[in-house]
Design a protein around this ligand. Sequence first.
Ligand code: MN
Length: 199
Amino acid sequence: MSGHKPALYRDRHDFRRSPEPAGRNPGNRPVFVIQAHDARRLHYDFRLEVAGVLKSWAIPRGPIPDPRRKRLAVRTEDHPLDYADFEGSIPAEQYGGGTVLVWDAGTWRNRSRDGRGRPLSADRALKAGKLSFELWGHKLRGGWALVRMKGQGKNWLLIKEKDAASDGRRNPVSTQPRSVLSGRTLTGVRRDTEQASPP
Ligand code: MN
């Protein structure tokens, strides 16, 4: 893409200015980010801003906009909001070791309801084990749900809801691998980090 990038891509990037449908006010919407993380095994860390932190799940196969295909999403620890625009390589022996890029980012809206159809806060929906939400990202859009699997602890499923943004033929994990912040691939991020700090 455009010339030299620092090893740690840390330009402040306002996710709230990500693509938005006309006529909506994105100003107060919380952010979401999906970080491709090439650790011992490549996975996709899905993070939603809730009450000032990033609620997080690791998705081994990555998200897919096909409502017929559920993706395992393993709940991981909350991350600080600052981590949302992190790209770079972390030494293998450290927590989170491996190479990270911002695979998708944007804003999201909670649209969870309780059993009587009343709006439910994101926090309460997560405790109840089902969060319904809408994404406005570069690669992912429309309605989604995260549903906790019964009796399986940290295991949830990420499911696309049927709507105008669902697509049974598209697999953006394989067709759109690059960072939405820097345009780099995982290989590019790793190379930039190595050049910035030779062993
Ligand atoms: Mn990870």
